[in-house]
Design a binder for this molecule. Structure first.
Ligand SMILES: NC(=O)c1ccc[n+]([C@@H]2O[C@H](COP(=O)([O-])OP(=O)(O)OC[C@H]3O[C@@H](n4cnc5c(N)ncnc54)[C@H](OP(=O)(O)O)[C@@H]3O)[C@@H](O)[C@H]2O)c1
Length: 300
């Protein structure tokens, strides 16, 4: 960024100087050298200021949404694109679905990456910068979970524990680390974590899942405190109707939400996209976890 500005400055100063020289009004001992040299530098500075303002107003803001080939991430990508962001869609396995989401959105692109590894996260951010030149908004949405009754600890196996922590917990930290220098180089940038209502209450699809979401809440606060002015917030959904909550043990949860919660409906991915927009729009909110659960936490 600094190198780009310097190049632009010297380029503009040189152009002003050549124009003056070509006019034939300059000679080395000329009195006007003392006047015109500062003038050419000054005009270059003014030109740069004008260009910078123009570019800030014109350039689209770039948003990377991890795990946006389906469900909540897809809805966030669609909403951000509708709000004028240049959107980067990501997934690991569902490449065709991810490409299809990007193809529907103006200016969007798809980048495959495994957000459960440091290498995957770093490569993803690097490719965003290589292709888009900047990053204004990082949405850490990619996540996994499966149903394990809390009262049966024997069902928690090593592989699952490592997998869920790698993607839900370490991934957002690696992504934030890779993205932070780029977010700091632009105005009004932010990170939004997609957590879970299970991160703040003793509930959720499994004990390990809820542990990762509690860690995410704390990561949100720690990053917000130590990396301002980049704002860091967490949107924590309740039960949302996506492919991971279809069928099986989720049936009882759907029925309970529809019967007992104040709004009597299961949340939709678009509800989460709306909450993400609240975080994006606010210039003063940071370090917060917003529970967006239709009031479920008031009754369960
Ligand atoms: N649905 C709910 O009720 C609910 C509630 C609270 C929180 N959440 C959270 O919201 C987020 C989205 O969930 P969802 O319900 O929308 O589920 P989903 O439709 O299954 O979306 C998950 C996304 O993450 C991607 N993904 C999985 N592993 C990945 C990896 N290693 N690297 C990159 N991307 C990966 C998936 O694509 P591939 O698998 O093809 O890579 C998919 O795009 C998750 O973090 C989830 O924990 C959901």
């Amino acid at each position: 960024m600094a190198a780009m500005r310097a190049r632009r400055f010297f380029g503009a100063a040189g152009a002003s100087w050549r124009t003056l020289k070509a006019s034939g009004r300059l000679s080395k001992d000329s009195k006007c050298l003392r006047v015109l040299l500062p003038c050419s530098v000054g005009s270059a500075a003014l030109l740069m200021l004008h260009q910078n303002n123009f570019m800030c107003e014109e350039r689209p803001r770039v948003a990377l949404i991890t795990g946006s080939s389906s469900g909540i991430g897809k809805a966030i990508a669609e909403r951000l694109a509708a709000e004028g962001f240049l959107v980067v869609v990501n997934s690991h396995s569902s490449v065709e679905d991810g490409k299809a989401v990007a193809a529907e959105l103006p200016g969007a692109m798809y980048i495959q990456a495994d957000c459960s590894t440091r290498q995957g996260c770093e490569a993803l951010v690097k490719e965003v910068i290589d292709r888009c030149g900047q990053l204004d908004l990082l949405v850490c949405n990619a996540g996994v979970g499966k149903w394990i009754p809390h009262d049966n600890l024997e069902l928690i196996d090593d592989a699952y524990l490592h997998k869920i922590f790698a993607l839900n917990c370490f991934g957002p930290l690696w992504l934030s680390r890779a993205a932070m220098p780029h977010l700091k180089s632009v105005e009004n940038s932010s990170i939004i974590m997609i957590g879970s209502a299970a991160g703040g209450r003793p509930m959720g699809s499994s004990i390990p899942y809820s542990m990762t979401r509690a860690a995410m809440n704390h990561l949100t606060k720690l990053l917000a405190k130590s990396h301002g002015p980049v704002r860091v917030n967490c949107v924590a959904p309740g039960l949302i109707e996506t492919r991971i909550t279809h069928g099986g043990e989720w049936g009882a949860s759907y029925a309970a939400v529809k019967t007992h919660t104040p709004l009597k409906r299961v949340g939709q991915p678009a509800d989460m996209a709306e909450a993400v927009m609240c975080c994006v729009r606010s210039r003063y909110m940071t370090g917060q976890t917003i529970y967006v659960d239709g009031g479920a936490s008031l009754v369960f």
